[in-house]
Design a protein around this ligand. Structure first.
Ligand code: SF4
Ligand code: SF4
Ligand code: FES
Length: 318
């Protein structure tokens, strides 16, 4: 489909919501060109066709974080997404827009972000400098290499897209969520901060509850890479004074995966399970796997890869 310099008519189907009526789909037709972002399309729908349509947007330039929504099912910032890009990608002039998943709907595309903010506040999202710095008696400068390392994790615009897409947030009430981990790590790793032990207590157990599915990595419009922050936070486990059962299981699992790859070059699920959860824990999960029809897969005996010595060299960092 060639869309250069063209105006194209699109049909935008919005999943609307009101507390009185529940959900319904509503279609709007409009002409767009190659510069039309979704926030612009929504603005025109609201001003020219339907003033009752509710959505959030402010900066229109990936700064305020207020326009998170699902466009053709993809969690996206509406101001960072061009309508014709989605028309091209899906080869269709019909596009759906829905509110972000997970958060409670308020009206149409507007969701209640209280849950998101509570998660962020839990990680104490500000620097706690030393008393001397606070009194103006000392200056604590950040080295350029530290700033470079922290920069990525400080780019979060609190849009909520990562939290709306995270399976662990939905399934584990103790998990802080991707954005809070990015923010938490940004201060945990800041050499000017003075509450490292408290931050470890807040972040470490939660960090081991992430499944490494990488959804947060994929959807973040600012390339914050929350999952990388979580990986780096886990590394603090080695020096942490207090370890919870979740952390200990996580450490065992990491060691089991390493050993399995070292021995055969592959992750042998059954062995890894046994080493991580012990016999009783493994039997409990085998019943679950049996019921879900996945037991055969878990019991596959992997053949060692050829050239295993090369794999071992890589693992030893040689
Ligand atoms: S990688 Fe972890 S934090 Fe990111 S979406 Fe998956 S489970 Fe959530
Ligand atoms: S980490 Fe990225 S996706 Fe998550 S809230 Fe921040 S900017 Fe949005
Ligand atoms: S309107 Fe501000 S980030 Fe989209």
């Amino acid at each position: 489909m060639s869309l250069q310099n063209e105006e194209v008519e699109v049909i935008i189907k919005v999943k609307r919501f009101s507390p009185e009526k529940g959900n319904w789909w509503q279609e709007y037709k409009l002409r767009v060109d190659r510069f039309t972002q979704f926030t612009e399309a929504l603005r025109r729908i609201k001003t020219e066709q339907d003033p009752t349509l509710a959505y959030r947007a402010s900066c229109h330039m990936t700064v305020c974080g207020s326009c998170g929504m699902k466009i053709n099912g993809e969690p996206r910032l509406a101001c960072k997404t061009l309508v014709l890009d989605m028309v091209k990608k899906y080869e269709s002039n019909v596009i759906t827009i829905e509110p972000m998943d997970y958060f409670k709907p308020i009206k149409d595309l507007i969701v209640d972000l209280d849950d998101f903010y509570q998660r962020m506040y839990k990680v104490k999202p500000r620097l706690y400098p030393s008393e001397q710095v606070l009194k103006g008696e000392a200056e604590h400068r950040l080295k350029p290499e530290d700033q470079r390392m922290l920069w990525k994790f400080a780019q979060c615009i609190w849009c909520g897209l990562c939290v709306s897409s995270c399976p662990s947030v939905r399934n584990d009430p103790e998990f802080l969520g991707p954005a809070a981990h990015a923010k938490g790590f940004r201060f945990l790793a800041d050499p000017r901060d003075t509450i490292t032990e408290e931050r470890e207590k807040i972040l470490l157990d939660s960090a081991w509850r992430c499944t490494y599915c990488y959804m947060c990595y994929n959807v973040c419009p600012r390339d914050v890479e929350p999952v990388t922050a979580i990986k780096k936070t886990r590394a603090y486990t080695k020096i942490a004074k207090v370890k919870t059962p979740v952390i200990e299981t996580g450490e065992k699992h990491t060691e089991a995966v390493f050993n399995s790859i070292f021995e055969s070059g592959k992750i042998e699920e059954a062995k890894v399970y046994l080493s991580t959860y012990g016999l009783i824990g493994s039997l409990r999960d085998m019943i679950f796997l049996l019921k879900s029809g996945k037991l055969n897969y878990a019991l596959i005996k992997e053949k060692p890869v050829e050239n295993i010595t090369e794999v071992r060299k890589i693992l030893r960092g040689e």
